[in-house]
Design a protein around this ligand. Structure first.
Ligand SMILES: [Zn+2]
Length: 243
């Protein structure tokens, strides 16, 4: 770690210790999606000194993103979201490699885009991509973190390498399309909460700071307010992680 990074990360290092910081600095995390959730998650991972942060998103910044995404400004409209994030933070920490990819994650591109990373962080808004992430991560024994926001509500769960339980176990028999923020709306406070939760799960997995949220679904709603954990089990006949 160069002295400049040490100064930058000093408050975090006081809390987690140098050994855990070095684990973060050697790690590679891939963020799928660079909208509300993905931009917050990417920013926090970059600022936390994760060694490599890959950000995957094919979309361009548009006017509707500006109210929810702190890193995007009017000048960014029309530019690829992943590139804007990389550009914004490129001079922050020379020990962090930011690797933007202007692509869609599909079953065909998963191998190329996700191989070699320690953790996949889901910041998408559709179930199809999540099932693609799940299939790849279970098969390749990778950690991944599910995160979803809609209206004032958020969900998250974390999956071990190999699943048991996996994302398909969680929604077993209820495979359906997710509601989309562009159809039913979302407010920014819930985005910050779920993004922060996902980054903390990254810290837990990479450093052993605490037990990650395996086998439990975090459900937050801010209006009531309510925060709960719903336990779920591996399904023996799960088509992804079962026998
Ligand atoms: Zn499963």
């Amino acid at each position: 770690m160069n002295p400049e990074s040490f100064d930058l990360l000093s408050r975090q290092i006081i809390f987690i210790g140098m050994e855990k910081q070095e684990k973060l600095s050697r790690s590679k995390v891939v963020v799928i999606g660079a909208g509300g959730l993905g931009s917050h998650v990417s920013e926090m991972l970059i600022k936390a000194g994760i060694g490599t942060v890959r950000v995957i998103d094919r979309d361009l910044v548009d006017e509707t993103n500006l109210a929810r995404v702190a890193v995007f400004t009017r000048d960014d409209i029309g530019k690829p979201k992943a590139l804007v994030i990389a550009e914004r933070f490129k001079n922050l920490n020379s020990d962090v490699r930011i690797d933007p990819k202007i692509e869609n994650l599909t079953a065909y591109s998963a191998e190329k885009l996700l191989s070699g990373f320690d953790i996949v962080v889901d910041c998408t808004d559709n179930m199809e991509t999540r099932y693609t992430i799940n299939d790849f991560c279970v098969k390749n024994r990778m950690h991944w973190i599910y995160g979803a926001v809609i209206r004032d509500e958020g969900l998250s769960s974390t999956f071990k390498p190999g699943g048991k339980p996996c994302f398909s176990c969680l929604y077993f028999g209820r495979r359906r399309e997710a509601e989309k923020c562009c159809e039913v709306g979302v407010i920014s406070p819930i985005i910050g909460i779920i993004a922060s939760w996902e980054v903390m799960e990254v810290f837990k997995i990479l450093t052993g700071l605490a037990e990650p949220n395996y086998g439990k679904l975090l459900r937050v709603s801010l209006k009531e307010p309510k925060l709960e954990f719903v336990k779920y089990k591996a399904k023996e006949n799960c088509e992804v992680c079962g026998k």
